[in-house]
Design a binder for this molecule. Structure first.
Ligand code: NI
Length: 142
């Protein structure tokens, strides 16, 4: 029986969207209010969707207690009340070429996916939906 379960989660975080090579004017043109040099916060909401075959013996796809704990450790403890640009490794450490990952909703969603994926059994499919506002939503993978 192919089934999906969804665990909802929440965190608050601050960010600034800016391309490191661009002027403040260009960043403001492209990223709008999210380019504010002094940062700003969002109330992020998260749907973590896990799908696959239900275990016939337990009647469960995944133990939701385990999923809750995993999301708590890998996402909430990691990002809640943090400044993503300054405190979260995926965004505050440059890659080998000196490039910083911009903490857009798209990139945050993929970082969350990557942090969870390795902890889940290979036979389960993961999808993460991130609500940056109630009306701005990103899904990864699409
Ligand atoms: Ni923003």
């Amino acid at each position: 029986m192919h089934t999906a379960v969804i665990r909802k989660a929440h965190f608050n975080a601050a960010h600034r969207l800016a391309h490191q090579d661009w002027s403040e004017e260009r960043n403001r043109e492209v990223f709008g209010l999210c380019a504010n040099p002094h940062y700003h916060g969002h109330n992020y909401e998260l749907d973590v969707r896990v799908s696959g075959e239900v275990n016939a013996e337990t009647g469960m796809l995944i133990d939701l207690k385990d999923l809750k704990t995993l999301i708590y450790q890998e996402v909430e403890v990691y990002m809640d009340h943090k400044n993503l640009n300054l405190e979260v490794v995926e965004f505050c450490h440059p890659d080998a070429d000196g490039r910083f990952l911009i903490p857009t909703a798209e990139n945050i969603c993929r970082v969350i996916y990557d942090r969870l994926r390795g902890h889940l059994p290979d036979n389960l499919t993961l999808m993460v939906r991130l609500y940056e506002t109630p009306r701005n939503i990103v899904e990864y993978p699409a």
